[in-house]
Design a protein around this ligand. Structure first.
Ligand code: IPE
Ligand code: IPE
Ligand code: MG
Ligand code: MG
Ligand code: MG
Length: 282
């Protein structure tokens, strides 16, 4: 299957990268354990399918998919730590701090984030594009309306949020890392004119993705998700599942999906990749 080929290619790229480094064995095991897993690689698939819509060969840009997945995987390892969501299962197996130790989990995350930047820096892309991508990685993953700030707000989350405040958290903690592959594809394809338009779409895809994640946390099946149910309730988090009943929650997901699908009709591969999100709540 095409999807599996993309995933395998990213995994092989990552393993080759690790094999060319001197790494403490415990840390290397944890890096591989976290990265080579049942993750969906949704973000890098968005990058690769968008590149294909722009008639570029995704295999020429594997390092960018790998870097994006490294940042995402780091965010999940830290998200699961006892100081954050305190979860024991991720991608169908024990979380990194459970399998190894807390210090290894923290440092595995730190390592993934740090080396994502080296992978991009080492690419053969022209220097100005490389700098643009590195700035974008910082912007989307960082503390200035990026993932880190979203995670801070999520941890401060209390039961009295307005829907607007909740949406604002979701956009920062999730949409920005979904914006990243989309904007990288535009830079690689020389289509920066579409930045603004695609940012709006990326925000909506991220919102959809997180609203669905909130749904599945309450109504999903742990064995399908590979992570525990009711993590949000356990942590007293106000999510879309606290705001909407099950039927309205599903309606919200499908309305947002319809809007996104209409606005991406001219990008068939990207469009089909987004459509696959639906399968998780069917
Ligand atoms: C989980 O992301 C965290 C969210 C932002 C919803 P994914 O659902 O993409 O997790 P993996 O990578 O497939 O494990
Ligand atoms: C996590 O949101 C978003 C990140 C930036 C890591 P969640 O805490 O809801 O993600 P899961 O449900 O643990 O995957
Ligand atoms: Mg969380
Ligand atoms: Mg979590
Ligand atoms: Mg969740």
């Amino acid at each position: 299957m095409e999807q599996n080929t993309h995933k395998k290619d990213v995994e092989t790229f990552f393993i080759d990268y690790l094999n060319n480094k001197e790494i403490n064995l415990e840390l290397k095991n944890a890096l591989e354990y976290s990265f080579i897993s049942d993750g969906k690689m949704f973000r890098s698939l968005l990058l690769f399918h968008l590149l294909e819509d722009f008639n570029l060969n995704y295999k020429d840009f594997l390092e960018f998919g790998c870097a994006i997945e490294m940042i995402h995987t780091y965010s999940l390892i830290h998200d699961d730590l006892p100081a954050m969501d305190d979860d024991d299962m991720r991608r169908g197996k024990a979380t990194v701090h459970k399998k190894f130790s807390e210090h290894i989990a923290i440092l595995t995350g730190d390592g993934l984030l740090t080396h994502a930047f080296e992978i991009v820096a080492q690419s053969e892309l022209e220097a100005n594009k490389k700098i643009e991508i590195i700035k974008l990685m910082t912007d989307c993953a960082g503390f200035n309306y990026g993932m880190i700030n979203g995670q801070v707000l999520d941890m401060e989350n209390n039961q009295n949020l307005t829907l607007e405040q909740l949406e604002n958290i979701h956009i920062q903690k999730t949409s920005r890392l979904i914006e990243l592959p989309i904007q990288i594809a535009l830079i690689l394809a020389g289509k920066e004119d579409y930045f603004k338009e695609m940012k709006t779409i990326a925000y909506k895809i991220g919102l959809l993705y997180q609203i669905q994640d909130d749904y599945l946390d309450k109504y999903g099946k742990s064995y399908e998700l590979g992570k525990p149910l009711n993590s949000d309730q356990k942590n007293n988090k106000f999510t879309y599942a606290s705001y909407l009943n099950q039927t309205d929650h599903l309606i919200k997901i499908s309305k947002l999906m319809d809007q996104i699908l209409i606005s991406t009709i001219d990008l068939p591969k990207f469009h089909n990749q987004i459509k696959k999100i639906d399968e998780r709540t069917k």
